[in-house]
Write a protein that binds this ligand. Structure first.
Ligand code: SF4
Ligand code: FES
Length: 275
């Protein structure tokens, strides 16, 4: 479960010699993102606790004249914290990592463009290309999809499988998942656009997850299939003010129109029908 964090007291941090305001305990990478300071990253997602898996967001922390490397997604702002984001050591570290990611996800345009932005266009490592890879040889094993599925959605439909160089992410035994809601959280958090999902007729098909099929709700007004059935039912069940049955069977657009019409009718002395 994601905990809501209370902002700490205001502090001053120094990034590349310039001072910035932050909240004590705030993630340094999020301060950098807010201040538009470029630090490459793959496994940071604001809605999940930082994990420090990809190592791309390394910075150098300056303490008492000494420097040490740290991942900026796990580094917390404190008064007087000083970091450098582009030292020769950091550039070297990043370049090697980009080479590794170019080999790990050789078909990823995102990785290719990101690496090129930092001057890395080739890899000395053996490229991992698997025919028929469900993730299109674009996965960097950052784990965000696995964590979003279990920590945000509570589904746990996917996980790391196999070990060492054979590690991949997928459903257990590559079997269609019964735990998947088809919510698409994995698709949204994936930094390399590796996960394929498509709505086909009355089903959402999670193509990368062993073609898991999830039934969609159909709008009773326009006939469109619009959201995974189980997911929309659970969202509607959690509304503070329940919708009337006939309204709840509409897609969001038709529902909005119907509610607006009801408001107009109610304003004219007509009979409102929403819950
Ligand atoms: S599929 Fe995407 S989100 Fe999941 S581990 Fe691979 S790169 Fe990360
Ligand atoms: S974003 Fe910090 S280690 Fe991946």
């Amino acid at each position: 479960m994601i905990k809501q964090k209370i902002p700490g007291k205001p502090v001053t941090v120094t990034i590349n010699g310039k001072k910035y305001r932050a909240n004590e305990g705030e993630i340094l990478l999020s301060v950098a993102i807010r201040e538009k300071i470029e630090i490459p990253h793959l496994c940071y997602e604001a809605s999940l606790d930082p994990y420090g898996a990809c190592r791309l967001c390394m910075v150098e922390v300056v303490r008492k004249g000494k420097r040490e490397m740290a991942t900026s997604c796990t580094l917390r702002a404190a008064d007087g914290l000083e970091v450098l984001t582009d030292t020769p050591e950091i550039v070297k570290h990043r370049s090697i990592l980009f080479e590794l990611y170019l080999a790990e996800a050789p078909k990823s345009d995102v990785i290719r463009d990101m690496a090129a932005h930092y001057g890395v266009t080739r890899t000395r490592f053996l490229k991992r290309i698997e025919q028929g890879d469900p993730l299109g040889n674009k996965c960097v094993l950052c784990g965000l999809c696995v964590r979003a599925c279990s920590e945000i959605m509570g589904a746990g439909a996917i996980n790391f499988i196999n070990r060492g160089p054979y590690t991949v992410v997928n459903t257990p035994y590559y079997a269609p998942s019964r735990d998947c809601f088809g919510c698409g959280a994995c698709v949204r958090v994936c930094p390399t656009n590796a996960i394929e999902m498509e709505d086909v007729g009355a089903d959402r098909v999670m193509k990368s997850w062993s073609d898991t099929r999830v039934p969609l709700s159909q709008c009773e007004c326009c006939g469109r299939y619009y959201a995974p059935r189980e997911l929309s039912a659970s969202v509607l069940a959690r509304l503070d003010t329940p919708l009337k049955e006939e309204i709840s069977r509409l897609c969001p657009e038709c529902r909005g129109k119907q509610l607006a019409q009801n408001e107009i009718l109610a304003g004219r002395g007509g009979r409102a029908t929403h819950g």
